[in-house]
Write a protein that binds this ligand. Structure first.
Ligand code: 4AD
Ligand code: MG
Length: 434
């Protein structure tokens, strides 16, 4: 008879009302008197309250439910009852229970723990409600990103992680040994996307990228996931429009599919519901004037700090796109503005509520000789860029692309101030355990 009882995911209990099912999972919390015990069981798909009454259980089963400890592995058999007051809407009226592993001294207790302690126990912290909610949002956003490009007929081009040269400047490279030669962990897949344009027209990559940034801020990880589209014959205005459409669609998807997670995170969703319609655009020159008027000491040619981004973004409810940065401060491949050659056709999209830059992109230089001059000006090793120059030698075309950091986007969606909770195992300055 035992084998006849189906094991059901908590998420699907509603399909088994008034039937007897088994739930296997982990004990989150327990309340009990001498006669009745309430077990909150989590199985990865959800949580259900299992109600066990002494008089309805065998002695062994009652012993199991009354002594089971936090995070022990449990197998609970019971009848599914619809109950609108119960978390999830269903309750299990227990007829049998087994503790598959009794856990001693689970380190994370319901009391408050400091962040350093929780980060040391990241492998266990993943089980906590808010952590699960944030990572579920991340998973949904990853899917939404792939759907966005799939529906628009982009081809996925996986860019390499081991690379012979820098993409975004040499100061933040992780170096490794490649059979006696130096190699670097990729900072961006962009340079490898550009050649694929002549093969596929519209491409994107989405994978881990690495930056050895010695800055310890809540917005920087050493390893983060970046999604990067690149499009042939797309010029700057079209690029800005694509970035806007992309962000709007991703926000909509989170609002449609992640309400319960946003609730757990106590996210004020009205702030996300306001992300509709077109996004304001200002030039870098205008941004500098705004910042000066706000009393900031900043000049043309300076990069924005986190505080500058927050000041600029706080003027708008929607993300703001800052365009046309000084060419000298941006990457070597950015196309200058023909009407104002001191600035480049680059765009940064700043999220509202102080979440900072989530997208950086640009139109690329497509003229061979001009790009060659830029590589020389930036004192980059010419031999390492011959293949990249080939893109301009053999059938060049105007083209543009951008990169979005997945963790920055997820932090904004979840209302999390620090990126460390938006990735399962964050890599931070001097911290690589677990
Ligand atoms: O602005 P970035 O450096 O642009 C590029 O790498 C371009 N090659 C992308 C392209 O045009 N294809 O980085 C793009 C985005 C940033 O806007 C930010 O969201 C994220 O990547 N990012 C980081 N996220 C977490 N931690 C870090 N250390 C990050 N550095 C950049
Ligand atoms: Mg940037």
């Amino acid at each position: 008879m035992e084998q006849m009882i189906p094991t059901v995911a908590v998420r699907h209990l509603g399909e088994h009302v008034d039937n007897t099912v088994r739930v296997r999972g982990w004990l989150e919390t327990k309340r009990s008197s001498g006669k009745i015990a309430f077990l909150l069981v989590r199985d990865g798909s959800g949580k259900v309250q299992a109600v066990a009454s002494r008089k309805e259980l065998s002695e062994a089963a009652w012993e199991a439910v009354s002594t089971v400890t936090q995070e022990s592995t449990v197998s609970v058999v019971g009848n599914v009852h619809a109950d609108s007051r119960a978390p999830g809407g269903y309750e299990l009226h227990v007829s049998d229970a087994v503790v598959e592993q009794q856990v001693e001294d689970y380190p994370i207790t319901p009391k408050e723990h400091g962040t350093a302690f929780l980060m040391e126990h990241r492998h266990l912290w993943l089980r906590s409600s808010k952590q699960r909610a944030a990572l579920a949002v991340r998973s949904e956003v990853s899917h939404a990103i792939r759907d966005f490009f799939y529906r628009r007929e982009f081809t996925l081009i996986d860019s390499p992680i081991l690379t012979p040269a820098a993409c975004e400047g040499t100061s933040t490279l992780f170096e490794t040994d490649y059979f006696g030669d130096p190699a670097f962990l990729s900072q961006s897949g962009q340079l490898y996307l550009e050649p694929a344009l002549a093969a596929f027209g519209k491409v994107y990559c989405f994978g881990p990228t690495f930056r050895a940034e010695k800055s310890k801020t809540r917005r920087h990880l050493m390893e983060f996931w970046m999604v990067e589209p690149e499009i042939a014959f797309l010029e700057f205005d079209g690029l800005c429009a694509l970035a806007e459409e992309f962000v709007r669609e991703l926000v909509g998807r989170v609002l449609d599919n992640c309400r319960e997670h946003l609730d757990v995170l106590e996210r004020d969703v009205s702030k996300l519901e306001a992300i509709d319609g077109t996004f304001p655009r200002i030039t870098y020159r205008e941004a500098i004037e705004i910042l000066k008027a706000e009393g900031q000491e900043i000049e043309f040619g300076d990069d924005f700090g986190g505080e500058h981004e927050t000041i600029l973004a706080s003027r708008f409810e929607r993300p703001v796109m800052v365009t046309r940065f000084p060419a000298a401060m941006k990457a070597f491949y950015m196309q200058p503005d023909p009407e104002d050659p001191e600035v480049a056709l680059g765009v940064d999209l700043l999220a509202p509520e102080g979440y900072g830059e989530i997208i950086g992109g640009s139109q690329r230089i497509h003229d061979h000789d001009f790009l060659l001059a830029r590589i020389e000006q930036h004192e980059l090793p010419l031999s390492a860029f011959q293949w990249y120059l080939d893109v301009r030698r053999y059938g060049t075309c105007p083209h543009s692309g951008f990169g979005m950091g997945l963790e920055r986007f997820v932090a904004w969606m979840c209302g999390l101030k620090h990126l460390r909770e938006t990735i399962p195992y964050p890599r931070m300055l001097y911290k690589i355990y677990p």
